[in-house]
Design a protein around this ligand. Structure first.
Ligand code: NDP
Length: 434
């Protein structure tokens, strides 16, 4: 905390991981001798840069860009870019730190990184978004490459932004290096099923966890926060598995539809028309819109999938979910539950699927996109989706086994942290003190 003052999100993420690692460190004193914790918590490189751009009225604006290249112990840095006004060093470092263990858990050879800018895409024209992306990439292009660092999307960065970023990278660097970014459009090197991967993957993971306890999405009532990329495809897969999704949200408020959310309407409003979730009620008058996005956790459900942002479930919301009878939580967003909220779920025997395991489907399919780009091939939707299902199942089994092996059976927070950590730590030792 002394070395990284005022970085509360980063401290929170590190505390969760380091607390989980106590049994591993007790069993393997070599990790302490080798200074693995001190090394792993310090990013290999932090890049912060000026992003000047011109708005539609001709005014010059300036934002701050970041790329944290956290760990290359097991592969090139890999992790998304977030464009949101709340972005700062603490948020990018917490996301980059989490990404190290998540990427390790996928079983694929990818290191950890994250980036973004405190730019607010809301209300900006297409031209403004393009000029911002071009300026951002003009600087970022010096530090990334298909074998060095491969960014992708995150909050505020979808296919449109990745397209503008890719175009500028190509213009600056020359040559066609498809593998420098993932989440690309299907026509120029993107992977089928990447758009769906994080949301689908979260539901695949949670279904594994539920079936272990003789539950299932089938017949369950589900609440999913957010209405962005992760949320929409989590809702889609939950519905395909027979669940009824009754609520979703955006940063202004939430909708409750007792008949089940109509996903076509949500997709049209959010993916195509870039409107607010409040507009849903104009098409479905029986649905109710309520201001205040955090109110979504007052809606009774069997399964809650937080898919919006960090710390969206605090202890009060967690207690409310428990008293309304929630059976399982699946984290689609990164660190959506506070440390206190996680404790409340665990104390009340709510099945809990932590983000770094449950939402690893997105980066897994990004790694499959890199593989397709290297091989100059593109696989069918079914092929990618079936690999995704296998990956999520393995992440579940490995996290469950690590939790058992280290004396906390059923605790997937501990299991995922340990399973992700060991491979990275051993690779660091094998590569010497660097
Ligand atoms: P999107 O930008 O597509 O959607 C984000 C959604 O969350 C929107 O509905 C947004 O509402 C809402 N939201 C954002 N910030 C806040 C806030 N401060 N308070 C309340 N609601 C908010 O992002 P993604 O779906 O890609 O990402 C969602 C989460 O999933 C993030 O935590 C991200 O890190 C994580 N994730 C994403 C992956 C991916 O592949 N995209 C992979 C793994 C994790 P509004 O439109 O009003 O801003």
């Amino acid at each position: 905390k002394k070395r990284n003052p005022n970085e509360s999100e980063f401290h929170q993420a590190v505390k969760e991981v380091f607390d989980s690692l106590k049994p591993v460190l007790a069993k393997n004193p070599e990790y302490m001798k080798q200074g693995i914790l001190e090394r792993i918590v310090e990013p290999e490189r932090v890049i912060s840069f000026r992003v000047p751009w011109v708005d539609d009225q001709g005014n010059v604006k300036v934002n701050r860009g970041f790329r944290v290249q956290y760990s290359s112990a097991i592969g090139p840095y890999k992790g998304g870019l977030r464009f949101h006004p709340s972005v700062n060093a603490s948020i990018i470092k917490f996301l980059g730190f989490e990404q190290i263990f998540k990427n390790s858990l996928t079983g694929q050879p990818i290191g950890g990184g994250k980036g973004g800018a405190d730019f607010d895409p809301k209300g900006k024209s297409d031209g403004e978004i393009m000029r911002f992306c071009q300026s951002f990439m003009t600087e970022l292009s010096k530090y990334i490459g298909p074998n060095t660092d491969v960014p992708a999307g995150d909050i505020g960065v979808g296919a449109r932004e990745i397209g503008y970023l890719f175009g500028q990278y190509k213009k600056i660097r020359g040559g066609y290096e498809a593998g420098v970014l993932t989440g690309k459009g299907i026509g120029y090197g993107g992977s089928l099923a990447r758009k769906e991967a994080t949301g689908y993957g979260t539901v695949y993971f949670v279904e594994e966890m539920l079936q272990d306890q003789n539950f299932s999405f089938r017949g369950s009532t589900v609440v999913v926060s957010g209405s962005g990329n992760v949320s929409i495809y989590a809702m889609e897969k939950a519905m395909q598995l027979g669940a009824k999704v009754v609520a979703c949200s955006d940063s202004n408020g939430y909708i409750y539809d007792k008949n089940g959310i109509n996903l076509d309407t949500v997709k049209r409003l959010k993916e195509m028309e870039k409107k607010r979730i409040s507009d849903y009620v104009a098409y479905h008058p029986e649905a109710i819109y309520t201001e205040n996005c955090f109110g979504i956790w007052t809606v009774p459900c069997d399964i809650a999938l937080p898919c919006a942002t960090q710390n969206e479930i605090d202890s009060a919301s967690a207690s409310l979910l428990v008293s309304n009878g929630v059976k399982a939580i699946g984290e689609g967003a990164n660190m959506p539950s506070t440390l206190e909220a996680v404790e409340i779920f665990q104390e009340n025997n709510v099945l809990f699927a932590p983000a770094k395991a449950a939402n690893a489907g997105g980066v897994s399919v990004s790694a499959l996109e890199m593989a397709q780009n290297s091989a100059r091939l593109s696989w069918s939707f079914e092929e990618v989706d079936s690999k995704l299902q296998d990956i999520m199942k393995n992440i579940y089994l490995n996290s469950k086994k690590a939790a058992q092996d280290y004396g906390t059976p059923g605790n997937l927070v501990v299991g995922a942290n340990i399973a992700g950590f060991v491979k990275v730590a051993d690779s660091m030792i094998e590569q010497g003190v660097i």
